[in-house]
Ligand binder design. Sequence first.
Ligand code: UDP
Length: 415
Amino acid sequence: TTKKRAAHVVLLASPGTGHLLPVAELARRIVAHGGGAEFTTTLVTYTNFSSADLYSTLASLPPSVSTAVLSEVPLGDLPADARVETPIFTVVKRALPQLRDLLRSLLESPSGVAAFVADLLSPWALQVDVDLGVPRYLCCTTNLMALSCMLHVPELDRTTTCEFRDLPEPVHLPGCVPLRGADHLDPIQNRSDPAYRLMVELAENQRLAQGFIVNTFNAMEHETLVAFKELSDKGVYPPASGGEADEHGCVRWLDEQPDASVLYVCLGSGGTLSNKQTAELAAGLEASGQRFLMVVRFPSDKDCSASYFGTAEHGDDPLRYVPAGFLERTRGVGLCVPLWAPQVEILNHRAVGGFLSHCGWNSTLEAVTAGVPTLAWPLYAEQRMNAVMLSEQRILTKDYLSCLVRHLNSILDLF
Ligand code: UDP
């Protein structure tokens, strides 16, 4: 008998760690599916905006996940104050010839290419795939409501003329909570910014996908899933999210704290506070007397997503940028960790009772999965709409379900 050849899936992660991690997780899960004999994958990513640990992340993947890193593309012609989306999309567009060459050579290799999956912010890559005739999917690393809103941008663009924050009525998309224009995606809030036009283009290219893989789950976005499936002739596939543990000194510190007593403060891989906001946050934490564990980034007075571009220009320690004396005065009550902490492990630690989050979708899912209540401090991208969803949409949480079961039991007791 001849052994069936494993299907080879090529996945493309958009520039930035917040995109690489979930797409790497998807690559890992695809090869693990069916005991590892059915699929192999190639994870493709970019050099621009990759963090220092890009190569260790790639090296940690199982052998049936091959990797390819597209070489750096020059961005020197972009204005220094361009919004974060502009350089990301520019990298994706300028690297298309490299991607085309890579996909062609993989197609001609013995493994072939059974399917191509581009992530949310690199749908331009689907154009290459249309030419090559491989089944193509879009992997949405954020939620389905954000994807629905993104796909709706070209229509909003055609049917309205004012800035979205001035829309008199909230936007009602099928199965989604009503969204005020001001809470809509951050990069479409200024029609004259180049990022706005790119967002319209983004949606047009996302529509090239033959199906969407969305990092959400039924209990979280039930009505949105039902409505999306009704409206679209394309598949929607919600996998579960995952994360992994790590060894870190802050976990040992958490081991010494009482149950559910610590507020964990972290604004994702790109979220950045100004100097004034950093000082206010520190003053608030100190005055509250609350135990806290805070991941500290270099502040930026220019851009609330500055950390996205890496921190290479700061050779020093971000803890130097918290207010003078703060570390000493909060010693024992709070712990500040520079740059990065093992978030999934922290959120699942018994000592953590709350999460001050920028509401990036990975963080949101990690908090919900760990059952940790979230205080929302949305900063950019689709984070405002995530915060609105979290605060206004009823989510079927464990508490809600156990309350329902108790209620049903008490009704049954009556008979
Ligand atoms: N993360 C982490 N430690 C940190 C900061 C972030 O492990 O100090 C992880 C976090 O668990 C999540 C991802 O990085 O999986 C951030 O993704 P998210 O979508 O929340 O935000 P983004 O970074 O894309 O803004």
